[in-house]
Ligand binder design. Structure first.
Ligand code: NAG
Ligand code: NAG
Ligand code: NAG
Ligand code: NAG
Length: 511
């Protein structure tokens, strides 16, 4: 015991010495650092110094230099230079190997201001570098970071498939983070707080694991990797979990089915807990749609047949069947069949007729006929359907839906002199999320819409040069989350995409 204590004291001493030289990024990202960019908005430089970056990748540095030639506006370039490398610079919190198998890479990617790994955020944080991904065995490569994230997500899902955010792996030596909000949570099935940070069941969390897997395979064609560790078992767990959640509230004989998942939290906010003793509002069975207790904003759903996550699940489950084909043809067939039946459910039960705009996708339905027409900024959203690879942006129902989402028909569309975009109940009315503007540019082919969106993004960082979670549409100095790595990555991905799609727009100047 004394020896262990001494060892612990020594180790923590080392950590303290190393981190003492590097500022905490939560405070660093709230302050302005010279040199400021040379445009009207004089944006702060926000990259940590080279020795304080968490992961170095020369391809990212080369990309930043290439973008400097293409992006003519100095403020827009500064935003890219800060935001694109943000995940690698600040959130690759630990990278190593499994104690169970020394060949199994693990990557612990934190969300930013909280030392926990969200399945959704981390999959999307990695996706922002997808265009640079290529096959490599090197532990210093982007491919290795992806493999490590896939392996760690598989471990999380195998143990707690209903949970959304997780603690650092024991191999890292990092202590579990205390989640004060979760102290009163009553959750079925139970979990261990040393392993799980939060256990809100969101269909998009397990879909994110499939998305991340597909992204790695899509760029590397490395099907072998998926047969080496726990991936196949984790996919089986994903399928079993999602199948259990096809269940309706009532059985045919009128009795109440036991919900496989329940969640209750003591909170003054309705979106932080579930009705009906933690089971949520009634859902009709037999629609083919998979239930989701929470949204990607971590707010509870009103109707559990949440359409955007069903789109994402169907899309990447179908795509991952190709990976599984190399390992287990029967399981691959089960994946393809499930993906198709979810798509049928969306197309049959997930569309409604809007009085003015025609046929649109609903945000949520209950299968009985009720629907919730809205969109929230967090991806998966209805606006993001094309980037979930679910449909083509030219799809007529999508175009109607897009008009709905980006108009005052959407109850969570915010507009004002600072920025126009969708928000959501997570931060509340009056706050638009830059993430929604980025998503609108990723799904737009309209030059004037894209330029107007870039103008809003570059002018609404409060001079800090990073993408915030939400911004007050009437006051740019009122924003939330100084360090939101996913949104930074999504901005980088979007601007990099424009370099290929519409490079001439990057010559625009924003004054
Ligand atoms: C990144 O490179 C810098 C030197 O440019 C070095 O000081 C730092 O330790 C490297 N970071 C990592 C995580 O390897
Ligand atoms: C550890 O590795 C063995 C052999 O690869 C595997 O069967 C087992 O499921 C692994 N356990 C965990 C927790 O990953
Ligand atoms: C909880 O999880 C931690 C980390 O995985 C583990 O060390 C501990 O043994 C677990 N506790 C129980 C009671 O299972
Ligand atoms: C938001 O939209 C309104 C029109 O609805 C427009 O007047 C305003 O300029 C827009 N705001 C920004 C920041 O572009």
């Amino acid at each position: 015991m004394p020896l262990l204590f001494l060892l612990f004291a020594c180790l923590s001493g080392i950590f303290q010495t190393a981190s003492a030289q590097c500022p905490d990024y939560s405070s660093y990202s709230m302050a302005t650092h010279e040199p400021l960019s040379a445009g009207k908005y004089q944006l702060s430089y926000q990259r940590p110094t080279a020795e304080c970056r968490k992961f170095n990748l020369s391809d990212v540095e080369v990309t930043i230099q290439e973008m400097k030639e293409v992006v003519k506006d100095p403020d827009l370039f500064r935003l890219f230079e800060n935001a694109f490398p943000n995940t690698l610079d600040t959130t690759v919190t630990w990278k190593g190997y499994s104690s169970n198998d020394s060949a199994e890479e693990l990557t612990f990617i934190t969300t930013g201001d909280i030392v926990a790994m969200w399945l959704r955020d981390s999959a999307n944080q990695m996706r922002s570098y997808k265009s640079l991904l290529k096959a490599s065995d090197s532990p210093d490569s982007l491919a290795s970071l992806f493999r490590g994230a896939i392996n760690l997500q598989a471990r999380y899902i195998l143990r707690n498939p209903y949970c959304n955010a997780f603690q650092a792996p024991t191999e890292s030596g990092l202590p579990p983070e205390n989640n004060g909000y979760a102290d009163t949570d009553q959750v079925k099935p139970p979990f261990n707080t040393s392993f799980v940070f939060e256990c809100k069941y969101e269909l998009d969390s397990i879909s994110a694991f499939l998305q991340l897997s597909f992204d790695y395979y899509d760029k590397t064609q490395d099907a072998d990797f998926f047969g080496k560790f726990q991936w196949i078992n984790a996919v089986q767990t994903v399928l079993d979990t999602a199948e259990d959640l096809l269940i309706g509230t009532y059985a045919d004989d009128g009795s109440v089915n036991e919900s496989p998942y329940t969640f209750q939290r003591q909170s003054t906010s309705a979106t932080e807990t579930l009705t009906n003793s933690g089971a949520g509002n009634p859902v009709k069975g037999g629609t083919g749609l998979v239930r989701s207790a929470f949204r990607p904003s971590d707010d509870s759903t009103i109707y559990q047949l949440f359409i955007p996550a069903n789109m994402q699940f169907s899309s990447y489950l179908g795509r991952c069947a190709e990976i599984m084909q190399a390992h287990d043809a029967e399981l691959a067939q089960r994946m393809s069949d499930f993906a198709s039946s979810v798509r049928d459910g969306i197309e049959t039960y997930g569309k409604v007729q809007h009085a003015v705009l025609g046929e649109i996708y609903a945000y949520e339905v209950d299968g009985f006929g009720s629907s919730n027409l809205m969109d929230d900024a967090n991806v998966p959203s209805l606006l993001s359907a094309p980037i979930l690879d679910y449909l083509d942006a030219a799809d007529e129902t999508y175009q109607n839906t897009r008009k709905f989402v980006l108009s005052t028909w959407n109850p969570y569309y915010m507009h004002g002199p600072v920025l126009n975009g969708t928000g959501g109940p997570h931060v509340g009315p009056g706050k638009a999320w830059p993430m929604s503007i980025i998503t609108s540019l990723l799904t737009s082919d309209d030059d004037s819409e894209i330029v107007a969106g870039l103008q809003m993004l570059v002018s609404s960082t409060d001079g800090l040069g990073l993408i915030h979670e939400s911004v007050d549409t009437f006051d740019a100095s009122q924003w939330t989350r100084e360090w939101f790595s996913w949104a930074n990555g999504l901005f980088g991905e979007m601007l990099l995409g424009l370099k290929d799609r519409k490079p001439y727009l990057l010559a625009t100047s924003f004054q």
